[in-house]
Design a protein around this ligand. Structure first.
Ligand SMILES: [Cu+2]
Length: 329
């Protein structure tokens, strides 16, 4: 035994609770989104004051539905089911009851080893982005146990709790997932949102690209170019009606984005024009590209590809798209 450990033993400093303060039971994934699945991985990083852990139980909070545990070799898993406080939308219908707690027993996790206990569930629409949902966890050893079940009161700091239940922050799906078509890239004073483009039919030589750019700085910037590997060249186009016909033309000198201004490139208006295509972007793909700004420089972006004729990122093709007229990009 080293000197520090001996001193700790003599003075009693190394108590169960001070140990616990450094290593709570935790959930590996600390963010989830409403109406999306959540993979809960309970991490146990120590036993009970030297003893092995032989029971782990997680309470599935109200509003988290359709929970299912992952079996674990060497452990027996059981679930307790019951009715929910209300019905929640669940895929194609409503769900009114389900798993309320999951318990793994019969294994033995030594104090000096770590392990994970996994479940899958769906976070319902009961939680708004910015809120936190707590999953109380019980950890038992032969004698000795932890109850990671304390939930902070409104305004209370979870760090002040001795045995906090792990919390998962609810974030809007759009802020988190690129495939939802909403991503924000920061480049200097510019905020570049949701670059997307339309799929093109095979053999098409042109494709349109779209993006929203906000200038949060105090000096104007200018979008001067765009490129994707599939296109021989890229430029910025405007569209206007001339004699009843929609015409498009390059924006000479680049597109100015004034301080505080948001410029939106969208179908039917300003757009990125990719020409001399050597391939066809397909719906669902992500095309890597570059936007070039006078001040912010070259900014790598990922264009998510929406279906042919889509009017919005990620949107399905509207029935009227084919009748939209002169421009299919
Ligand atoms: Cu054009």
């Amino acid at each position: 035994m080293n000197r520090i450990a001996r001193a700790a033993l003599l003075t009693g400093v190394l108590t169960l609770s001070s140990n616990a303060a450094f290593a709570h039971a935790t959930l590996e994934r600390k963010e989830a989104s409403p109406n999306a699945s959540y993979r809960g991985v309970v991490q146990i990083t120590h036993g009970c004051d030297g003893q092995p852990t032989n029971r782990v139980s997680v309470t599935i909070p109200e509003g988290v539905v359709g929970a299912k545990p992952m079996p674990k070799p060497g452990w027996t898993v059981s679930s307790e089911k019951g009715p929910y406080a209300r019905a929640y939308p669940y895929f194609h219908g409503d769900i009114r009851e389900g798993v309320k707690s999951i318990t793994w027993t019969g294994g033995s996790l030594p104090d000096d080893q770590i392990d994970e206990f996994t479940f899958i569930a769906r976070v319902s629409d009961a939680f708004a982005p910015g809120s936190t949902v707590y999953f109380p966890i019980e950890q038992d050893c032969a004698s000795g146990r932890y109850r990671w079940t304390e939930i902070p009161a409104a305004g209370q700091d979870a760090h002040a709790l001795k045995s906090p239940a792990p919390g998962v922050r609810i974030v809007a799906a759009a802020a988190k997932t690129a495939d939802a078509g909403a991503t924000t890239i920061k480049a200097g004073d510019l905020s570049i949102e949701t670059p997307w483009m339309r799929a093109t039919p095979g053999g098409a030589k042109v494709a349109g690209g779209y993006v929203r750019v906000t200038n949060t700085g105090t000096q104007a910037d200018r979008l001067t170019g765009a490129s994707i590997p599939l296109a021989g060249r890229g430029s910025i186009h405007s569209m206007s009606m001339e004699g009843g016909v929609m015409k498009m033309a390059p924006v000479e000198g680049g597109l100015t984005i004034k301080p505080g201004e948001t410029v939106e490139l969208k179908p039917g208006g300003l757009h990125l024009m990719f020409e001399d295509l050597t391939g066809s972007p397909k719906a669902g793909e992500v095309v890597q590209g570059t936007l070039t700004f006078e001040r912010a420089g070259s900014v790598p972006v990922s264009f998510s590809v929406a279906p042919i004729g889509a009017t919005k990122p990620g949107a399905t093709k509207p029935a009227a798209a084919a009748a939209q007229g002169h421009h299919d990009h």
